[in-house]
Design a protein around this ligand. Structure first.
Ligand code: AMP
Ligand code: MG
Length: 357
């Protein structure tokens, strides 16, 4: 009995000492906390993880983030009848009032359309619609129809009046922010997370449907976030990208497509032909500080192809982005800035990676 009591006392002492040590340590470093949620929005499954030192603050930020996603969906969706985009598309060419935020997204998107010389074109919607990518009723338009459709695509005809909060587009045209909305949403959520820093929120990984991932800070243990880069030709990840405080956007023909007459037709349209872009690329990933830019540029680079895309990267240092190109034949090319942060996964170790300079 005496021996048992001794052990009991020693154990209690150790437990007490451990509790005191924990309490002392928690003054400078407390247990990591996180709040996580999976939702369906913007036509995709999103998983949001918010981390920090205060559970209630993480949860509160997460709730605000979810609310904000639904609000952005209502404002920017091309199909929602209450959205600004819907209003512009159904105004019959008249000036239409939109929210200031919509104006800001449009301004940046139009800037990217110009910088990419129309590879990104936010007026490609008539073609997206004609191919059935909105309704799921897929069809292959004939040559004459494609010519008529491409004549209706030209972002330069979109007029913005920021002072009046107005937007105008010729009646036969239609706007679609599908190529940039998820990326922009990532930017908005990152700001929300940063604003909660004082209340104990320190980091986040916001997976807005694989094609747009926004990271804030590092993982709770101080190491970078590890983002899997999908093999466009398979199920697995061909590589891993380590990022901190950055957005990652991916566009690929494998993400949404249909097959007809033995051909695959995907949702990324070459505005010049009004048909799915066939540039020799199967997927493009862009990394940058701006989610909107990542999203818009990944779509644009997919349309451009490897050679023009690499040239675009070389000639646009002001856009401050890096990229991973995966060609139809599986070849991987990365821009120089990713040399230290990109690595192939085990199953793909024999694949050659070209570093673009
Ligand atoms: P993402 O998945 O970001 O590459 O964007 C593709 C979506 O943007 C499509 O589902 C269309 O709604 C729209 N889209 C397709 N092609 C283009 C293009 N060349 N420029 C702008 N938007 C496009
Ligand atoms: Mg995009």
């Amino acid at each position: 009995m005496a021996v048992d009591k001794g052990i009991f006392r020693r154990t209690r002492c150790l437990a007490l000492a451990a509790a005191v040590a924990c309490a002392l340590l928690s003054g400078c470093r407390s247990e990591p906390k996180q709040a996580k949620s999976t939702i369906f929005a913007m036509d995709t499954v999103m998983t949001l993880t918010i981390c920090g030192t205060d559970q209630a603050a993480c949860q509160q930020t997460l709730d605000q983030a979810v609310e904000r996603i639904y609000q952005l969906e209502r404002t920017l969706s091309v199909t929602s009848q209450d959205s600004d985009v819907y209003a512009v598309n159904h105004a019959g060419g008249a000036w239409t009032e939109v929210a200031q935020e919509t104006q800001e997204v449009l301004e940046r998107a139009v800037y990217l359309c110009g910088a990419t010389q129309g590879a990104l074109d936010i007026t490609a919607y008539p073609a997206v619609l004609a191919w059935g990518f909105t309704s799921g009723e897929y069809r292959v338009p004939d040559r004459q129809e494609l010519e008529r459709l491409s004549a209706r695509i030209d972002y330069a005809k979109l007029e913005l009046d920021p002072a009046g909060g107005l937007v105008r587009l010729p009646g036969e045209m239609a706007l679609d922010l599908g190529a940039v909305t998820k990326g922009y949403t990532g930017d908005v959520l990152a700001r929300l997370v940063e604003q909660a820093r004082d209340s104990g929120v320190t980091c986040a990984i916001l997976d807005l449907g694989q094609s747009s991932i926004q990271t804030v800070g590092t993982k709770a243990d101080g190491t970078p976030w590890r983002i899997g880069i999908q093999d466009p030709a398979g199920e697995g990840y061909l590589g891993v990208l380590e990022v901190t405080d950055q957005a990652v956007g991916t566009s690929g023909g494998y993400q949404r497509y249909f097959e007809a007459d033995g051909q695959r037709y995907w949702h990324i349209i070459d505005p010049g032909t009004a048909a799915p872009a066939r540039s020799g690329l199967a997927g493009v990933t862009v990394v940058s500080g701006s989610g909107l830019d990542c999203d818009g540029l990944s779509t644009a680079l997919f349309v451009m192809g490897l050679e023009d895309g690499a040239d675009f990267w070389r000639t646009h240092p002001e856009l401050n982005f890096e990229a991973i190109f995966v060609s139809d034949d599986g070849a991987v090319s990365i821009t120089a800035g990713l040399e230290d942060s990109f690595s192939l996964t085990q199953n793909y170790e024999t694949r050659e990676v070209t570093v673009l300079q």
